[in-house]
Design a protein around this ligand. Structure first.
Ligand SMILES: Cc1cc2nc3c(=O)[nH]c(=O)nc-3n(C[C@H](O)[C@H](O)[C@H](O)COP(=O)(O)OP(=O)(O)OC[C@H]3O[C@@H](n4cnc5c(N)ncnc54)[C@H](O)[C@@H]3O)c2cc1C
Ligand SMILES: *[C@@H]1O[C@H](CO)[C@@H](O)[C@H](O)[C@H]1NC(C)=O
Ligand SMILES: *[C@@H]1O[C@H](CO)[C@@H](O)[C@H](O)[C@H]1NC(C)=O
Ligand SMILES: *[C@@H]1O[C@H](CO)[C@@H](O)[C@H](O)[C@H]1NC(C)=O
Ligand SMILES: *[C@@H]1O[C@H](CO)[C@@H](O)[C@H](O)[C@H]1NC(C)=O
Ligand SMILES: *[C@@H]1O[C@H](CO)[C@@H](O)[C@H](O)[C@H]1NC(C)=O
Ligand SMILES: *[C@@H]1O[C@H](CO)[C@@H](O)[C@H](O)[C@H]1NC(C)=O
Length: 614
C-alpha cells in the first residue's frame, strides 16, 4: 500500500526532520489524507491506550490503519498533558456535571443520574486524542493480583490469562527505570527496587516508560506512617508482582525519566511505530459503523468513518479491531447491529448478532474523600504559591526534578479487617468471600493538595476495588454522533455501601494514629466530625461518590453461551467474523486497582495471538 502524501506538519514530522539532518523538510508522514476509500490488512478503531499498542505491534508485519476521533494532545492541550503536574491543571477532569468541557481532549461524557449516589450526574473523563485516556491519566503503574488473573483465566476458560502467563506481555510492554536517588528529594522514601526481580525485563525493548518520580510529596511520607500504623507496611516487592493486599507502596508512574514527561501509548508505541513501520493514522476521524460483507453476512470487512463530516470507508482485508474504550466500544457494536436485540430494534438497527451482554456488566471502582489539613509542605501548595514558580520551573526544565516532575501518590490495598466486618450482612460476606483470597476490597490513596493560603490538605481516601454494583451503557439512537447513555450503577448493591463505611472508618483510624498527630491541624475537613453514625456516613458517601475512571467490562470476555459474554478469550466478537474488541471494555471484570498496566499487556497479548494465527 503506497504511503499517502504529507497532510500534517505535526511534531512527528519534526522528528522526521531531526533524523533527516539539516534538510528542513518532512521526510514522510504517517498521517492519512481523509476522504479516499482505502484498504489495509487491519483497521484499528480508536487510537487510545490499547488501540495504539495493538496497532503498533500489528504494523510490524502487516498494513494497519488507526482511526482516531481526536487529534494530537501535544498540540491541543499545551504542555498540560506532558508535564506530570499538569494533571492538576486539566480542569476538564472535574467530575461535576457543569465542569467546563475541553472538546479537543475529552469526550465530555455525562452519566445518567446515579440513583444510588444522590442522583448525581457525573462528568466522566475519557481521552479523545491519540493516546486516549493514557494522555490524560495520572500515570500510576501497577498490576493486578495473581488471584484476579487466575479468575480471569477460569472465567474465560483459557489459562493463558494467569499472571505467570501474562507476565511476558507485561514485560514486553514497558521499560522500567530504577529510582534516581540523587534527584529524589526524600531519602526517607526507600523504594525497594530489585532489578533482578523477575517481573520487568528491559532487554525485551518495551517502550512505555515506567519510572519512580524524581520527587516525592513530603506530606505523603507522613501519610505512609499512618497507613503503616493501621497494618499496611511498605511492600518489599512493590505492586507489579501480583501481590497487593496488606501493603502500601510508592508505585512507579508512566513518566519518561529523562525529561520527566508523560509516557502515553502515543509517545511510546506510536512514536516508535511511525519511525519503523508504515502505520497509517486517520486523525479527527470518527468511526460511524462497522460494515459487513454483503455475501457473507456477519463477516466484518470495513468501517464507515467521518472526518469532520467527510464520510468514506476504510476497508480491512483481514480484521477490524475495536479499541474505542469502555463506553464507545459497546456503543459502536450496538449501532453496527451487535447487541441486545430489543435495544437494536427499538432504534431501527438491523440485527447482525443478538448479544445481550453488549453494554451490560459495567464495573466501576468509585472513590470517596477523607481530608485533613496538615502542617507539612505539599506539591500542590508549593506549585500554587507564585513565589516558587521560577525556582520549581528551573528545577524541572534543567534537571527533570522537583514538584512539577511528579504525580506520585502512595497506594495501599487490603481486605477490610475482621473487626470492621462484623456488621456486614451475610449476603455481603458471602459475596465478598467468593472473591480470590488476594483480591483487595479497598485501596487507600494517600496524596496532598493545596488549601487556602498555600496550606496543605492531605487525603487518605478509599476506593472500592471489589464493587458489587453493576451499571450499563446503552444508546439513544443509531448514530455515533449521539453520546452513549452511561449508568455506572454506583452503590446500587447494598454491599458496596457497607464496605465503603468500613473503609471510611479505616481511613479515620489511620488519621487517628499517633504517627499523624504531629502533622494534623484542626478538625477533619471531610467527611467532618458531624458525620459520625453509620447512617450519616452512608449519606455522605452517596452525596460525594466520585469516579476514579476505572470503568471496565462492558463488552465482557467470557465463554460461549455465557449470558454476558461478548468476546471469546481471543477477544473475537461472538456471532460474527473478523471482528475483535480489545480495550478495557473487553476485560471480563474490573481488575482490582488501576488498570492501565493490564490494558497495555492485554493489547500486547492479543497482538501476539493474531500474529500466531489465533
Ligand atoms: C482521568 C483518568 C485518570 C486515570 N488514572 C489512571 C492511573 O493513574 N493509572 C491507571 O492504571 N489507570 C488510570 N486510568 C485508567 C486508564 O487510563 C484507562 O483504563 C485506560 O487508558 C483505558 O484504555 P482503553 O484503550 O480502554 O481506552 P482509551 O485509552 O480511552 O482509548 C479509546 C480511544 O478511542 C477513541 N474513540 C472513541 N470512540 C471513537 C470513534 N467512534 N471513532 C474513533 N475513535 C474513537 C478515543 O478518542 C480514544 O482515543 C485513568 C483514566 C482517566 C480517564
Ligand atoms: C507550560 O506552558 C505555559 C504556557 O502555556 C508556561 O507558562 C509554562 O512555563 C510551561 N511549563 C513548562 C514546565 O514548560
Ligand atoms: C521525609 O523527608 C522529607 C525530606 O527531608 C521531609 O520533608 C519529611 O518530613 C520526612 N518525612 C518524615 C515522615 O519524617
Ligand atoms: C467509498 O465506499 C463507499 C461504501 O462502499 C461507497 O458508497 C462510495 O461511493 C465510495 N467512494 C468512493 C470515492 O469510491
Ligand atoms: C455496627 O453497627 C452499629 C449500628 O450502626 C454501630 O454503632 C457500630 O459501630 C458498628 N460496628 C462496627 C464495627 O462498625
Ligand atoms: C490567608 O492569609 C491572610 C493573610 O495572612 C488572611 O488575612 C486570610 O484570612 C487567610 N485566608 C484563609 C482562608 O485562611
Ligand atoms: C441499566 O441499569 C439501570 C439500573 O439498574 C436499569 O434501570 C436499566 O434498565 C438498564 N438499562 C439497560 C439498557 O440495561
Amino acid at each position: 500500500m503506497p504511503r499517502s502524501a504529507v497532510l500534517l506538519s505535526c511534531f512527528f514530522g519534526v522528528l522526521a526532520i531531526a533524523s533527516a539532518g539539516s534538510q528542513q523538510r518532512l521526510r514522510s508522514s504517517a498521517f492519512a489524507v481523509p476522504g479516499t476509500n482505502v484498504s489495509y490488512d487491519y483497521v484499528v478503531v480508536g487510537g487510545g491506550t490499547a488501540g495504539l499498542t495493538i496497532a503498533s505491534r500489528l504494523a510490524e508485519w502487516a498494513s494497519v490503519a488507526v482511526i482516531e476521533a481526536g487529534g494530537i494532545y501535544e498540540f491541543d492541550n499545551g504542555n498540560l498533558s506532558v508535564v506530570p503536574s499538569g494533571v492538576m491543571g486539566m480542569s476538564f477532569l472535574g467530575t461535576a456535571e457543569n465542569t467546563p468541557k475541553q472538546p479537543l481532549m475529552d469526550w465530555g461524557l455525562i452519566s445518567a443520574p446515579q440513583s444510588g449516589a444522590g442522583n448525581q450526574r457525573i462528568r466522566y473523563a475519557q481521552g479523545k486524542t491519540l493516546g486516549g485516556s493514557s494522555a490524560i491519566n495520572t500515570g500510576g503503574y501497577h498490576r493486578g493480583t495473581a488471584g484476579a488473573y487466575q479468575r480471569w483465566a477460569d472465567v474465560v476458560g483459557d489459562q493463558s490469562y494467569t499472571f505467570s502467563n501474562l507476565l511476558p506481555y507485561f514485560k514486553k510492554s514497558c521499560h522500567l527505570t530504577p529510582p534516581n536517588l540523587e534527584k529524589r528529594n526524600t531519602p526517607n522514601t526507600t523504594v525497594i527496587f530489585d532489578p533482578t526481580a523477575k517481573v520487568f525485563d528491559n532487554s525485551l525493548g518495551g517502550v512505555l516508560q515506567v519510572s519512580w518520580a524524581n520527587w516525592v510529596d513530603p506530606t505523603t511520607t507522613w501519610l505512609a506512617l499512618g497507613l503503616k500504623a493501621i497494618g499496611l507496611p511498605l511492600s518489599i516487592v512493590g505492586f507489579s508482582s501480583g501481590i497487593l493486599s496488606g501493603y502500601s507502596a510508592w508505585i512507579p508512574t508512566t513518566i519518561s525519566p529523562r525529561h520527566a514527561t508523560r509516557s502515553s501509548s502515543e509517545s511510546s508505541y506510536l512514536k516508535q511505530s511511525i519511525e519503523r513501520t508504515q502505520i497509517m493514522i486517520y486523525l479527527h476521524t470518527q468511526a460511524l459503523r462497522i460494515l459487513f460483507d454483503s455475501d457473507r453476512p456477519g463477516r466484518a470487512n470495513a468501517v464507515a468513518v467521518s472526518t469532520q463530516g467527510l464520510e468514506y470507508t476504510i476497508s480491512a482485508n483481514k480484521e477490524v479491531i475495536i479499541s474505542t474504550g469502555v463506553f464507545h466500544s459497546p456503543q459502536l457494536l450496538m449501532v453496527s447491529g451487535i447487541g441486545p436485540r430489543v435495544t437494536l430494534e427499538a432504534h431501527g438497527i438491523p440485527v447482525i448478532a443478538n448479544l445481550p451482554g453488549v453494554g451490560q456488566n459495567l464495573q466501576d471502582e468509585l472513590s470517596f474523600l477523607v481530608l485533613n489539613e496538615v502542617n507539612t509542605p505539599s506539591g500542590g501548595a508549593i506549585i500554587a504559591n507564585p513565589e516558587n514558580t521560577a525556582s520549581i520551573l528551573k528545577e524541572y526544565l534543567e534537571d527533570a526534578k522537583g514538584p512539577m516532575s511528579s504525580v506520585g501518590v502512595l497506594m495501599s490495598f487490603e481486605k477490610i479487617p475482621p473487626e470492621l466486618r462484623q456488621n456486614f450482612t451475610e449476603k455481603t460476606k458471602s459475596a465478598l468471600d467468593s472473591l480470590p483470597a488476594d483480591w483487595p476490597e479497598v485501596e487507600y490513596l494517600a496524596a496532598a493538595v493545596s488549601g487556602p493560603n498555600f496550606t496543605s490538605i492531605a487525603s487518605i481516601s478509599p476506593i472500592l476495588t471489589a464493587p458489587l454494583s453493576r451499571g450499563n451503557v446503552t444508546i439513544t439512537s443509531s448514530s455515533m454522533a449521539d453520546p452513549p447513555v452511561i449508568d455506572m450503577g454506583w452503590l446500587t448493591d447494598p454491599a458496596d455501601a457497607e464496605v465503603a463505611v468500613a473503609a471510611i472508618k479505616r481511613c479515620r483510624q489511620a488519621w487517628a494514629s499517633d504517627a499523624l498527630q504531629p502533622i494534623k491541624v484542626g478538625s477533619e475537613i471531610l467527611p467532618g466530625e458531624a458525620v459520625s453514625t453509620d447512617e450519616e456516613i452512608v449519606d455522605y458517601l452517596r452525596q460525594t461518590a466520585a469516579p476514579i475512571w476505572h470503568a471496565s467490562a462492558t463488552c465482557a470476555m467470557g465463554k460461549l453461551g455465557d449470558v454476558h459474554a461478548v468476546v471469546d478469550s481471543k477477544a473475537r466478537v461472538f456471532g460474527v467474523e473478523r471482528l475483535r474488541v480489545v480495550d478495557a471494555s473487553s476485560f471480563p471484570f474490573a481488575l482490582p486497582g488501576h488498570p492501565q498496566a493490564s490494558v497495555y499487556a492485554f493489547a500486547e497479548k492479543i497482538a501476539d495471538d493474531i500474529k500466531n494465527g489465533r
